[in-house]
Design a protein around this ligand. Structure first.
Ligand code: ZN
Length: 243
């Protein structure tokens, strides 16, 4: 017991394993690779079914490239990246990159994706205001996460009265403040490979650092071992968003 005792947040627990279908819902191409793809690689290797649904095609994300050119480039990079971690179903909902708004149209599209894919687990990207003090999150991530939360709650409420309604059991965010973790030793290199597939995007983002080096730095940071957790093996953290 530490000096701060019961004031401290409980240590993260292992991520649930009693599920087979996962729907990853994110705003942009590369969102899965920046946070969770090492965990996805483990899940698909275990035989679980994972689908990616992305609100936008990331068409505003490559500086100096017209959106109508960048969108298809980024979709293709996302498909290649997803395939590396065993995800072959990738959908783009066509909402405008950098102008995503939590409104009825977005919520309908998210609800439709959940009904079609019938996941046990929904995983989305961190939607809180700051990744760390002084490191603000993007508006798209916050708006999209809010929409996912509303839809999750609506489906949970509907499941109480309409027994046939599809309803995921869990909603997690890939989060800097995790309640759960997935041990990813053996999958870190796969996650580096996956992020490095976003080569056009990364090479414009930071022209001076080789794409693979950028990918490695990012993935090793996300998967860094945490003190007292999983015997010091690399982990990906998730926060359970509803009890
Ligand atoms: Zn993003």
């Amino acid at each position: 017991m530490t000096a701060s005792g019961s004031e401290t947040t409980p240590a993260p627990e292992p991520f649930p394993t009693d599920w087979t279908r996962c729907l990853v819902l994110v705003a942009h191409p590369d969102d899965p690779e920046y946070g969770m793809s090492a965990a996805v690689a483990r899940w698909t290797t275990e035989g679980r079914h994972v689908v990616y649904v992305l609100a936008s095609s990331g068409e505003a994300g490559i500086e100096g490239m017209a959106p109508e050119v960048a969108g298809p480039v980024r979709e293709e990079e996302q498909r290649r990246s997803s395939a590396i971690v065993g995800v072959t179903e990738v959908e783009f909902l066509g909402f405008p990159d950098s102008r995503i708004v939590d409104g009825p149209e977005l919520r309908d599209a998210v609800a439709d994706a959940i009904r079609r894919h019938r996941p046990d687990v929904v995983v989305s990207l961190y939607s809180g205001p700051e990744w760390a003090p002084g490191a603000p999150n993007q508006s798209d991530h916050m708006e999209f996460g809010a929409a996912v939360g509303t839809v999750f709650d609506d489906l949970a409420a509907a499941a109480g009265v309409e027994s046939g309604e599809a309803r995921p059991l869990f909603w997690f965010e890939s989060s800097p403040d995790p309640t759960h973790y997935v041990v990813v030793d053996g999958f870190v290199e796969t996650a580096v490979d996956a992020l490095a597939e976003h080569s056009e995007y990364l090479s414009v983002l930071d022209p001076d650092t080789p794409v693979r080096d950028q990918a490695r730095t990012q993935v090793e940071n996300v998967c860094a071992p945490r003190e007292g957790l999983a015997d010091g093996r690399p982990v990906v953290g998730f926060r359970r968003m509803r009890p």
